[in-house]
Design a protein. Structure first.
Length: 57
């Protein structure tokens, strides 16, 4: 449980960096469907991670 709470901010930071670089690449191509799909994937991953933390308590 302590390990999860320690890795969560790191996980969020890595996701944010990946998302920012991906958005910059997509913005050059002006591809909006890719942004929507990528956002959905990130929200699913984040949601499952948060649910795992809350169910482990």
């Amino acid at each position: 449980m302590i390990f999860l709470s320690l890795t969560f901010p790191l996980f969020l930071g890595l996701l944010y960096i990946a998302f920012a670089t991906f958005l910059k690449k997509l913005h050059n191509k002006e591809n909006t469907t890719g942004v929507i799909v990528y956002g959905a994937i990130i929200s699913v991953i984040l949601g499952s991670y948060v649910m795992m933390i809350f169910t482990w308590n």
